[in-house]
Design a protein around this ligand. Sequence first.
Ligand SMILES: [Zn+2]
Length: 253
Amino acid sequence: MKINRRDFSILAGGWVVGLSGLVVRPAPVLANPTPFYTAHVYPGSPITLSEKALRAHGEMVIALTFDDGPDPTNDTEILRLLAQYHAVATFFVIGNKAVNHLDLLKTMVSAGCEIGNHSWSHPMLTRLNADAQAAEMRQTNEVLAGAGIKVNWLRPPYGDYDRQTRAIATAESMETILWSIDPSDWKSPPAETIAKRITRDLAPGAVVLMHSIRAHSVEALPRILDFAAENHYRFVTLSEWKQIMLRVSSPTS
Ligand SMILES: [Zn+2]
């Protein structure tokens, strides 16, 4: 993979060595690592994420993702806005909340959106032993499966994972996915700031991290959707994103 100057700063500034000194994992908060750095966005993937390849193939795709829900009020508004712009997103839900809002999740799926696993109780997964990590993932998947929802992706809370986390996710039939654009909306900046941070770094293939539980993020959404429409982007679920990435990416470049 070709590493450009911006990637180097990500490597230098965005990655930390685990306490054991053996595990390298992304820092929980990584500011706008675009253009893509595959090992960050899609750890362990055999494909190379490439904005250039996507542009060359005319695939102006963006995967919007909303973590920490479900949040009935905000998610309902998010779904309304997405429908208005003919857009879809992926919702990374916390199992112990999801269990109370399965109808909302079914509505998301009916709207063409995807549901991902954001653990059962939002812990730092690497602080748990293997059994506890597996339980965090499995319990959520079981609740979702009970509602007829198949889960393909794990987004570890805080972006905190290691090789063991990934191996357990794989055993639970999920791939681990992070993001390429983080507007730090969890700090509740104004909607305008959130929209600006996202539109500034938007590129084909971007995976945008937002949070269902942040009202300012919902408020920012129309500006993001407007900007994307003006710039000929289209929105896809993460599973659609992966299919497109596989199609346009060369595994060896
Ligand atoms: Zn979270």
